[in-house]
Design a protein around this ligand. Sequence first.
Ligand SMILES: [Zn+2]
Ligand SMILES: [Zn+2]
Length: 367
Amino acid sequence: MAIKEGLWDCPTCQTKGILGRYRECDNCGAPRPEGVRFYLPQNAPNVTNTEQLAIAKAGADWICEYCGASNRVKEENCVECSAPKSEITQAVKEYSTANIPRSPKAQTLPRQKRMPSSSIPTAVVRSSMSTKKGKGRGYKWWLGIIAIAASVVVGLAIFLFRPITVEATVSGLSWERKVTIEKLTTVTESDWSIPAGGRLLSQREEIRRYKQVLDHYETKTRQVSEQVKTGTESYNCGTRDLGNGYFETKTCTRDVYETRTKTETYDDPIYRDEPIYETKYTYEIDRWLRDRVEVASGVTKQTYWPDFVLNAKEREGGRSQDYKVYFTGEKGESYTLELDPDFWSTFDPGESQILKVNRLGGVKLAE
Ligand SMILES: [Zn+2]
Ligand SMILES: [Zn+2]
């Protein structure tokens, strides 16, 4: 429980760091007022002087109601004006380690005082500036590479996608219509159940999946660590402002633990895969399968569906159609457009048409 001497600041003349032992300002002589803020710099030495230790331990100072002088607790009358002892005393305060006041209260100083730029040596200023410049150059170098790469990408995209207007002539039309024919076919399949319409051919037991089954235990060892209490230790857990210019370091006690490892045996379960059998069926079933595609096509506006005959166990499985217009550009280049039937039929060979094309082969009609 070490005693340390604190410091205080004179509110009258602003003198900083007056030793706790002085009850008056050592500059202007003003008495230490009630509620003065005591602080304890880091690494303040322990007080060893017996007289000071006695003062520190005696109790908080009291303030004279008549002349304002600060008096030690042992004084029965004011040392300045002999008035009787008052009830007004300096506060005793408890601080945890984290919030011990360490320095004079920060004051808002005029701007020029807070930033004494003129006091910084010129050499330091110059060296810090040159470092900044160097960093800046490196940063710009990377920025340049990124900017060049980005403009190349953007330029290429513009080059590839930007449409060019082309005057073209309709050189021809074409159309194609398709009908898919399906045939009811008997196929052999095998599954864990027979779907509707399936006719059983054979069946047998087969492994469908595996199940994990506990087989046995194996005895194994492992390292486990545990916290073991080995004793107690004292530590500095805060300080007490004694209200007389001195501080007392508080000591607390805590348990000390040690991590110990030990070897432990345990039973490790070992599993095996056990097959699960189920009945698998082989059956025949009639399925509609794609058999052939009937196609009709032409290069005139006369369109029709292919002529076909459905045989026994056959059906239509879907229709599709596509319509194309071919163009020739001024330099003989050819373009193809796929259109819907109604729009397609409005084009006639020999007509001129403005197209928008890009270098990736995209073709559009100009609006
Ligand atoms: Zn003063
Ligand atoms: Zn007095």
